[in-house]
Each structure stands twice: as C-alpha cells, then as structure tokens.
Design a protein around this ligand. Sequence first.
Ligand SMILES: O=C(O)CCC(=O)C(=O)O
Length: 283
Amino acid sequence: MNKSNSIMRLALLQLKGSKDKTANVQNAISKIEAAVKEHKPRLITLPECFNCPYGTKYFREYSERIPDGYTSQQLSGIAKKHNIYIIGGTIPELGENDAIYNTCTVWDPSGQLIGKHRKMHLFDIDVKGGVRFKESETLSSGDDFCVINIDGRKIGVGICYDIRFEEMARLYRNEGCEMIVYPAAFNMTTGPLHWELLQRSRANDNQLFVVTTSPARDTSADYVAYGHSMIVDPWAKVLKSAGVDEETLVADVDFSLVEQVRQQIPIFTQRRLDLYGTQRRAK
Ligand SMILES: O=C(O)CCC(=O)C(=O)O
C-alpha cells in the first residue's frame, strides 16, 4: 500500500472446496497466482476451512501443525514468491495436547508467520428446522486476539461466528484497528438473515472496514456455505460483494475513509466511558 494515498488493494478468493486437501490447497495457490498476475493485490484473503470440508467429523483428520504443516508451508512460499500479505483463511490446527483449533494464519511478504488467530467463539447453535452445528464436539476455542500491521495499518482478525460478538470488534477498534478480516462460512439459514447485517453493524459500530471471505456455495456438501464474500466500508456501505460461485473479488480500499467517518460522527469520543466500558481482561 502507498501510505501517502492510503489505498490498499485486496483480493478475496471465494474458493470451492472438496474432500481432497492437496487439491484444495493447490486450488488456492493457483487462484493466488492468477490474482497476483491480473490484479497485483497487496493483501489476499482466503475462506474459512479452505483446505478441509466444514464438519466436525473432518477436523482431526485434516489437522496440521502450524507453521510446519503442508498448508502453512504452501502459503508461506507463495507469499514470499509474490511479495504479498496473505490472511490464510482457516485450517484445522493440531495444537498443544492434541487439541484441534479452527485457526487463521497470516503471512508477510518474506513468508514469515506474523499472526495466528484461533477461533475464539465456537459455533455451537441449534436452529429448529434450520442449521445445527457443534464445533465444540471436536474443536477447542482460542483465547488470544490477533492484530497485525500491514503498511502502517492495524488489522484485527476474527473467524466467522466471532463476528457476532461486538465486544471483540470494539476491542480491535480500541486497539487502533482500521479493518477487521473474518474468514467465514455462514450457511443457508443464518446467511440470508445475518451475513450482511452483521458486517454492516460491525463496520458501523466501529467505523472501520469489515472484510469477509467465504467458501463458494456447494449444494452437494455436508454444510452448504452461503458465499457472498464482502467488503464493507467504514460508512457501513457494501463496497463489493461476490456471488455464490468461485470468484476473486478485488477492491481498492481507501483508509482515508476511516478518519473521515471518525471525525464526522465522533462516537468514540462521545461514548460515556465514565458509565460503562469494554476492556480486554487479564487471563
Ligand atoms: O454465525 C453463524 O450464523 C454462522 C457461523 C459459522 O458458520 C461459523 O462460525 O463457522
């Protein structure tokens, strides 16, 4: 990004997954190659669970160590090859004591791992007649926040269900973030109702960019993702939105909008912190 003109080019890769992990990762790599060639983005984002079918029965089998596993090594290599940042969607991570996490990795242009976020709020819901999912059957929850810095801009990372917890987004704003990136896979029950609403709400509440990257919709999968990867600006306008199939969504994000909206609607200086607050707690 050129700080003087405050523009950063993003490419969001909405990818179709399969049960073949190597094919999923290689699909991501070839779409990264194509996006770099055609659009020259500074930052590429990938979907939640892009190397594995989204289902609790798959997570252990597909899990890998970070950063030594196959998927990490591929992402590290391609980030370095093309001198780009990658917010690498999520993969099932094999962590300490054999615990499995739903984890996002962030890679810098030298191929270094500069951030890791383990999904903090596990997706355990049961909507009668709609979607039932219980990540906690096989996953453990993370308990660290993840803020990265790209060209002087702070970016917070959350994963899918994390977007429902407004305190987390507020905390990122309070820590100076101008964008939050959520790899995500909403579904056909909550997607139509809440997908855009939640993104516009988090953007509006916190006056920052919200970026989500979903898998493409596959109606033959166990879990049918909603699609519609999206970029919402700090005015809460949808800047760009994908359809449901595989797609590369490209946008030039202008960070000067962040300052503009924060000055014109100064809710963060008007908030009655003498009466209430949202702070990170010591663990
Ligand atoms: O919050 C929702 O409705 C969907 C969340 C989800 O699919 C996930 O956390 O993976």
